[in-house]
Design a binder for this molecule. Structure first.
Ligand SMILES: NC(=O)c1ccc[n+]([C@@H]2O[C@H](COP(=O)([O-])OP(=O)(O)OC[C@H]3O[C@@H](n4cnc5c(N)ncnc54)[C@H](OP(=O)(O)O)[C@@H]3O)[C@@H](O)[C@H]2O)c1
Length: 284
């Protein structure tokens, strides 16, 4: 099976590349510097060069607040590029995997969101991801849409997401505020990548899937556990979501669950493995 991967330097892409390698799958990574997904000619060239059976699009502009600063670029990368990809892959009869986000929901459900729930995007980022889902469904008969919650895991590029900021502070004696009322299902990218490839390799029915480690937790509890397992001296202070200024409404609770897939291991077990592995790599 030939897989063409976009976004391989990012947090999820790094894991997808690693898991493909572990499974001896032919994974060709189209790097941003060679292939800009907003350029249809670049995309066509990449598809002609690698002749994939499967395209996985993990490339995106990510982050609700960050994307609100440049909605045009957000829609160009997250949505318009997906419409190009979706149409191109239909010509080649290729399976298309589009990575999406729990942020398509408004966060008011007070329970896990499943594949059966109605979406209600509240910002440029979430709207861009939702319309990309629509293009994927419209233009591709053979598609998988994978919605993910808050991710943690290794990455090849420089990240500026919440988890990257947390890792950057672990060696310090600083104080970090984290919300007690922001709820998520933190998910290890390696676990998510394994499930995505199980779905593709197992030829599961095409459609929408939620992929998340088991459990829901406040950002405060997640960060506290991260700090504890890392044996860091970083002090975590309790805060409320309203204490953090944001240019846009950010959903309060986005835990995900699947009604189609079996449950994954808990986020705590996954976090323990991630931190233990990263510490081992640092010691080498
Ligand atoms: N991170 C999360 O917590 C989270 C949560 C839910 C869903 N997701 C979804 O998961 C997917 C992957 O997210 P991530 O966190 O791995 O993102 P990320 O770490 O920010 O990586 C984004 C990737 O996209 C590439 N890219 C950006 N613009 C591009 C362009 N114009 N052409 C080609 N490549 C481009 C980047 O390449 P360079 O680095 O070389 O520029 C990088 O490889 C996204 O669809 C995101 O919406 C992420």
């Amino acid at each position: 099976m030939n897989i063409l991967l976009f976004g391989s330097t990012g947090m999820l892409g790094t894991a997808l590349e690693q898991v493909c390698k572990n499974r001896d799958l032919n994974c060709y990574s189209a790097l941003h510097k060679d292939t800009d997904i907003t350029d249809p000619d670049d995309l066509k060239q990449a598809i002609e060069k690698f002749v994939p059976d499967v395209i996985i699009n993990a490339a995106a502009l990510v982050g609700i607040a960050q994307c609100e600063c440049d909605p045009q670029k957000t829609f160009d990368v997250n949505t318009i590029a997906v419409s190009y990809l979706a149409r191109l892959r239909e010509e080649g009869n290729i399976i298309f995997v589009q990575i999406s986000s729990s942020s398509v929901f408004d966060g008011t459900k007070n329970d896990y969101y499943t594949e059966d729930d109605c979406v209600s995007p509240t910002a440029s980022y979430s709207a861009s991801k939702y319309v990309a889902e629509c293009f994927t469904k419209t233009f591709c008969s053979k598609h998988y849409i994978i919605r993910l919650p808050l991710l943690f895991g290794p990455r090849q590029n420089r990240g500026e997401r919440f988890v990257d900021m947390l890792i950057g502070k672990l060696q310090s004696d600083e104080k970090l505020e984290a919300s007690i009322d922001k709820i998520d299902s933190p998910t290890y990218t390696i676990d998510a990548a394994n499930v995505i490839l199980d779905i593709v390799e197992g030829a599961k029915p095409f459609g929408l899937y939620h992929v998340a480690n088991h459990g829901k937790v406040s950002l405060y509890e997640f960060v506290s556990q991260f700090v504890k397992v890392s044996s860091s001296n970083l002090q975590i202070l309790k805060a409320k979501d309203k204490d953090f200024k944001s240019p846009v409404y950010t959903p309060l609770a986005l835990p995900l669950k699947s009604v189609k897939l079996r449950s994954l291991r808990s986020w705590k077990d996954a976090l323990q493995e991630y931190i233990t592995k990263s510490l081992q790599i640092k010691k080498l």
